[in-house]
Design a protein around this ligand. Structure first.
Ligand code: FMN
Length: 152
C-alpha cells in the first residue's frame, strides 16, 4: 500500500510535470516552425489534400504553376507529359517562392503522371536548395500506385 502511494506521488509530482513540459516544448517547436505546403494539381485532388494539411498544421499554401498553360484536354496532357518526361524537358515555372530560405518544413504534393513525377514538379525541385529542410512529400494517383513519384 505504502509503495503504491509513493509511486503515485512520484508519478504525479515528478514524472507527469516533465511529460507535460516536454509536450508543450514540442508543440511550441511545431507551431514556430515555418511551414510551406506546395502542390501541383490539375483537377484539384492534390490541392484538396494540400488544403487539409494546411488546416491541420498551418503554414503557407502555394500552387506550382507553369509559365505556359497546360492542355485542358486529358489525352493531350497525357501525350505532352510523356514527351516531356522522355526528353527530360523542364517546363518553366510561373510560381516563384522568393522567401524560400525562411521555411524549414516543406510539404510537396504531386499527382503521379505516367507512373512518375510531372516534370513541372521536377522543375520546382531543381529550383531550390533543400539542404537542412524537412521535406514531406505527398501524392495522389489514379489507383495504379505512385510508381517512381516518391523516389524522384
Ligand atoms: C497526364 C496524367 C498522367 C497520369 N498518370 C497516372 C499514372 O501513371 N498512374 C495513376 O495512378 N494515375 C495517373 N494519373 C491520374 C492522377 O494521378 C490522379 O487523378 C491524381 O489524383 C490527380 O490529381 P490532381 O487532381 O491534383 O491533378 C494521371 C493523370 C494525368 C493527367
Amino acid at each position: 500500500m505504502l509503495i503504491t502511494v509513493i509511486c503515485v506521488i512520484i508519478f504525479v509530482f515528478i514524472v507527469l510535470p516533465k511529460i507535460i513540459n516536454q509536450n508543450e516544448k514540442e508543440g511550441a517547436t511545431i507551431k514556430n516552425s515555418k511551414t510551406l505546403i506546395v502542390y501541383y494539381s490539375r483537377t484539384g485532388i492534390t490541392k484538396a489534400v494540400a488544403e487539409l494539411i494546411q488546416e491541420k498544421v498551418g503554414g503557407d499554401l502555394v500552387q506550382i504553376e507553369t509559365k505556359e498553360s497546360r492542355p485542358t484536354d486529358y489525352r493531350m496532357e497525357v501525350e505532352q507529359n510523356a514527351q516531356e518526361q522522355e526528353s527530360a524537358t523542364l517546363p518553366e515555372l510561373k510560381t516563384i517562392i522568393t522567401n524560400f530560405e525562411n521555411y524549414d518544413r516543406i510539404f510537396i504534393g504531386a499527382p503521379t503522371w505516367n507512373m512518375a513525377l510531372p516534370q513541372a514538379v521536377v522543375s520546382f525541385l531543381n529550383s531550390y536548395n533543400f539542404e537542412k529542410k524537412t521535406v514531406i512529400p505527398f501524392n495522389t494517383n489514379g489507383g495504379y500506385g505512385p510508381g517512381s513519384t516518391f523516389r524522384r
